[in-house]
Design a protein around this ligand. Structure first.
Ligand code: UD1
Ligand code: F6R
Length: 372
């Protein structure tokens, strides 16, 4: 089952060029010239107009599935022009969150069996909200009990750490956002760019996987650390959170992902010559702000590791000679988080192996959390 790979996690990281193709299969429709022309989600066609008339969209999940919601929120707001809010499933139940009949609630789950997400879905359904599933496992409880949804078709994910499901969840929700904005003339060229970038995504992931050797070397440098700090913003806030979650859960190394905009409101006090700082600074609307964060962190002697766009010559200079630079291929801004997470998945894998921990079954964790 693991084929040439020693662990399921590694196999599943390396499957991502193919798994995102499976998510898009039959859903990104091409024209005669082979260019992507529209999105077709069989499970959503009868629900698109209801969702467009909703008062808001709520994205809800746990752990990595919640992080995928953070990654697509900005695009979903841009394309649907609706408010998109985020909810951790356990918190929906704790707060008895106000959900209404004119809400669309999207429940994201790899297993489709997570107790908190399932209960939050039942709670939303009881309040009359339209419940949509973004689920990997066909026939699972969430897939069966939502009103409609999209199977991400990532294939079975065995490693407890979610990797390919995360990137496929993002792709599935980008497709959903595209299908919800099909009628918008003003978004025509943006939608075209996203659709053509979707077709380039498998190759971009393939190129990012070539960073494996660099990530193994970086893991050797970081394996005895006590803590890592990851900083991202905009589309890549999710990358910082998800990268930190991966390192924490499998490498059993404390790591924290923060919104770079919050740096000065506390975390900056941690910066010294010892704490490794991983900064996601690929070229998008947040780039200039990330560059200035890099300047400030360098000025405080911070130990910098940067994830940057392969064509960017500028930010490496800002970071200085001591910084480690990880170059990733460029795709459309809203899809960049799919590429940027790959080196961090590889880093967490190598850290785990070097620290001698169980890769596929981390201590105390279960693949499917079926109790609250
Ligand atoms: C479906 C078939 C797929 C086939 C394709 C051909 C299934 C599971 N999928 O895919 O094998 O190749 O037609 O056109 O038979 N749903 C939920 N909640 C969820 C996920 C999905 O209610 O969390 C519903 C959808 O609304 C839909 C059904 O389940 O009614 C299947 O969803 P999906 O597999 O995403 O649909 P298609 O892509 O059309
Ligand atoms: C992290 C991880 C967990 C799950 C979470 C939700 O790698 O696997 O954080 O993402 O338990 O699980 P699903 O997506 O099955 O609802």
């Amino acid at each position: 089952m693991k084929g040439e790979f020693e662990h399921f996690m590694k196999k599943e990281i390396h499957e991502q060029p193919e798994s995102v193709v499976q998510t898009m299969m039959g859903r990104v429709v091409k024209d005669m010239e082979g260019a992507a022309s529209r999105v077709f989600l069989g499970g959503m066609i009868n629900f698109v107009s209801t969702i467009r008339r909703s008062r808001r969209i709520v994205l809800c999940g746990c752990g990595t599935s919640y992080n995928s919601a953070i990654a697509v929120r900005q695009l979903m707001e841009e394309l649907t022009e609706l408010p998109v809010t985020l909810e951790l499933a356990s918190d929906v139940l704790d707060r008895r969150c106000p959900f209404f009949r004119d809400d669309t609630c999207v429940f994201i789950s790899q297993s489709g069996e997570t107790a908190d997400t399932l209960k939050a879905m039942q709670y939303a359904k009881d309040r009359g909200a339209l419940c949509v599933g973004i689920v990997n496992t066909v026939g699972s409880a969430i897939s069966r009990s939502t009103d409609c949804g999209v199977h991400i078709n990532a294939g079975a994910e065995i490693g407890v750490a979610s990797t390919k499901a995360y990137t496929c969840q993002i792709v599935a929700m980008v497709l959903l956002s595209l299908s919800l904005s099909e009628d918008s003339m003003s978004l025509h060229s943006r939608r075209k760019r996203i659709m053509s970038s979707l077709l380039e995504l498998p190759n971009a992931i393939r190129k990012a996987l070539l960073l494996d050797a660099q990530m193994r070397e970086l893991a050797k440098e970081l394996k005895d650390e006590n803590s890592l700090l990851l900083l991202g913003r905009g589309y890549n806030y999710a990358t910082a959170l998800e990268g930190a979650l991966k390192v924490k859960e499998v490498a059993l190394l404390h790591s924290e992902g923060i919104l770079a905009g919050e740096m000065k409101h506390g975390p900056l006090a941690l910066v010294d010559e010892v704490l490794p700082l991983i900064i996601v600074a690929t070229m998008d609307d947040s780039y200039k702000k990330q560059e200035s964060a890099v300047q400030q962190l360098r000025a405080r002697g911070g130990r910098l590791i940067l994830i940057v766009s392969e064509e960017d010559d500028e930010i490496a200079k800002t970071a200085g000679d001591k910084a480690t630079i990880v170059r990733v291929p460029t795709v459309e801004d809203c899809l960049q988080s799919v590429v940027n997470i790959v080196p961090l998945q590889l880093l967490s894998y190598h850290l785990t192996v070097l620290r001698g921990h169980n890769v596929d079954q981390p201590r105390n964790l279960a693949k499917s959390v079926t109790v609250e």
